[in-house]
Design a protein around this ligand. Structure first.
Ligand SMILES: [Zn+2]
Length: 62
């Protein structure tokens, strides 16, 4: 099954989800449990943990 990348609209977390190609429902955010997630059409390089480590250094990702 393919791995899709999703972005949470609430906490801006980006996470990967393995889903069936026929399953188009949005998964809940693993970080804040929000269901306001959108599938990323292009690959992204940042995952939740990376975003957090960047935030902890005090610099905003650009
Ligand atoms: Zn979230």
């Amino acid at each position: 099954m393919p791995i899709y990348e999703y972005k949470c609209n609430d906490c801006q977390c980006i996470f990967e989800q393995i889903k069936s190609i026929t399953d188009t429902s949005a998964p809940a955010c693993p970080q804040c449990n929000s269901e306001k997630t959108t599938r990323q059409l292009s690959p992204v390089n940042s995952l939740c943990d990376k975003l957090k480590s960047i935030a902890n250094k005090g610099s905003r990702f650009t």
